[in-house]
Design a protein around this ligand. Structure first.
Ligand SMILES: [Zn+2]
Length: 216
């Protein structure tokens, strides 16, 4: 069992309004995602939250409406939403308070949403997003000794967002592919993320130490 690393003491800012997640935990995850985004030269790595909440009442009216509609549509199965705008350093996030029931789901969802915050607006779940998420999950797992299987998590994410559909692709450039080609593509994508994570882990720790005050 790895002892989680020490991170700086923090005061909860006014923008953080969560009853089911501590700011300390959130900030740790944000530091790791920002670090991963910074290292892969994503220019939105320095976005900052103007609101992070698990209470829909805190959201602006249009966002509150969006969450309410989607919760209804997915029968409650909406775990988080992140809003950002091009050329804007602000982001806002809503996290489903039901995540409190499962700490792992809560962490994995928060990391997922943070990746949305730190990639270019409008990229949705494309490869740049998936790669940042896979790397962030990998580093978080390593730093916190979670015992997750980042490869499997990365694989599931690629599957979920590039489902095989002949002539009806989410990502046009792949066109039609056989099942073998599909599996090869997922394997290659996961391999790229894992290779990069392995190579950069020391740099991640150095950045967390130098830039975010972590005791690593
Ligand atoms: Zn998402």
């Amino acid at each position: 069992m790895i002892t989680p690393v020490e991170t700086p003491a923090v005061t909860t800012p006014a923008e953080f309004k969560c009853a089911t997640l501590s700011y300390e935990d959130f900030k740790r995850m944000e530091d790791v995602v920002k670090t991963a985004a910074l290292i892969s030269r994503n220019r939105n790595w320095n976005r900052d939250a103007t609101l992070v909440t698990d209470g829909v009442a805190y959201l602006e009216k249009d966002k509150r409406q969006y969450v309410a509609n989607r919760l209804k549509q997915y029968a409650g199965g909406l775990w988080g939403v992140t809003w950002s705008r091009r050329n804007d350093r602000d982001y806002q996030m809503w996290l489903n308070p039901e995540l409190e029931q499962n700490r792992t789901d809560q962490e994995q969802t928060t990391l997922h949403e943070l990746c949305h915050a730190m990639v270019a607006t409008g990229t949705s779940h494309d490869e740049s997003f998936r790669k940042l998420l896979h790397r962030s999950l990998w580093h978080w797992n390593e730093l916190m000794g979670r015992g997750w299987l980042p490869w499997d998590l990365g694989w599931k994410c690629v599957e979920k967002y590039t489902e095989r559909r002949a002539n009806n692709y989410l990502e046009d450039r792949y066109g039609y592919e056989s099942l073998d080609e599909y599996h090869d593509r997922i394997q290659r994508e996961c391999q790229r993320a894992e290779t990069m994570a392995h190579k950069e882990h020391v740099e991640v720790m150095k950045t967390l130490h130098d830039g975010f005050g972590w005791n690593v």
